[in-house]
Design a protein around this ligand. Structure first.
Ligand code: LMR
Length: 332
């Protein structure tokens, strides 16, 4: 009797001190495990376990197993999951429209230009804008540049006319599709394969890593390597949960995130290259590399999106982006 009372006391004080209790972080995402984001999430989970000596367990849920696009941010805000890495386009619908600057067509020439934003003060100030929404931004993870696909060849802007393209929920992306006479169709990522298969939409845009791992090449005859816009992620956590973690644990998780970010950004291009090789090898989709002239024609056709959407996204943010990238839509 005496012993069990002692044990109970010990257990209760351990629980009060958090000793022995394991913190679970549910990390939900919508893409396949075998993608830049999927692999980086698994890397973070391993690092977190290692650096916290098992005090934190990160459970990764891939392929919209828990939530679809829009639902996942809401789930984070109410604390049903603790960590996500939504694409940057997902923050516009949340009311932080400045993030839609990332969606502007041809904004970045390459990843080095992108990193001037995501790894600099502008990127940090954008993440800070999420805090009033109960969200803390921890890092940016790369994916890559998007390409367009359809069942008919996509070379010149006229080839997009009258076709329905699935896009993420972004006013800038809607305008991008309209600029070439296409019909934008907002849809959750998990529904794209079926929509392409059944002809609900004619085409889509995504980095090749997403295109290939969702098997979209099975239901699209043509893929045009347009690299017309960027798609990448912000790793975010429920702010209340994060701020409530013991300082030492939070520090270890920050270190794990730092290492996962280096890893994510190192593998992103490789993963996209391998995915493209996979698409080519499948023989199911014709991969087309637009000529310089064709790409310029697309760039010119889409340039008015920048002017039209300036007020929505905000002049100040756009000027910061243009200053870093040197892009000038008025000079096309
Ligand atoms: C999409 O909806 O196309 C992307 O956000 C998917 C992703 O997370 O890469």
């Amino acid at each position: 009797m005496k012993v069990s009372k002692l044990m109970l006391g010990l257990l209760l004080s351990c629980a009060a001190l958090g000793i022995g209790a394991q913190t679970i972080i549910k990390f939900s995402h919508v893409v396949a495990a075998d993608t830049p984001k999927g692999k980086a999430a698994e890397f973070f989970a391993r690092k977190a376990a290692e650096l916290t000596h098992g005090k934190v367990k990160v459970e990764v849920y891939a392929n919209s197993a828990l939530y679809k696009d829009k639902e996942e941010v809401e789930a984070l805000q109410i604390g049903a999951v603790q960590m996500l890495a939504p694409s940057l386009a997902k923050f516009g619908p949340l009311g932080v429209k400045e993030f839609e600057a990332f969606d502007f067509p041809f904004m970045f020439d390459d990843t080095a230009e992108l990193h001037l934003i995501t790894q600099g003060p502008v990127g940090a100030s954008l993440l800070a804008k999420l805090e009033p929404k109960g969200i803390k931004g921890l890092a940016y993870w790369d994916n890559g540049f998007k390409s367009f696909s359809a069942n008919t060849p996509l070379k010149m802007p006229a080839d997009y006319k009258g076709k329905k393209f699935r896009i993420q929920s972004s006013k800038v992306l809607e305008e991008q599709i309209r600029s070439v006479g296409g019909i934008p169709q907002v849809m959750a990522f998990s529904e794209v394969y079926q929509a392409l298969q059944t002809g609900v939409v004619d085409g889509t845009e995504n980095p090749i890593s997403n295109f290939y791992t969702q098997k979209m090449h099975e239901v699209q005859k043509h893929l045009s390597i347009t690299n017309h816009g960027y798609l990448g992620y912000a790793v975010i956590v429920n702010k209340k949960f994060w701020d409530g973690l013991p300082t030492d644990l939070r520090g270890q998780l920050e270190q794990a995130m730092k290492e996962a970010t280096v890893y994510a950004n190192k593998i992103a291009q490789e993963e996209n290259d391998q995915a493209l090789a996979g698409v080519r090898k499948s023989g199911k989709t014709i991969v087309y590399e637009p000529t310089k002239e064709e790409r310029l024609a697309l760039k010119k056709a889409m340039a008015p999106v920048h002017i039209k959407m300036t007020d929505r996204v905000g002049k100040e943010t756009l000027q910061q982006f243009y200053k870093a990238t040197g892009f000038d839509p008025t000079k096309l």
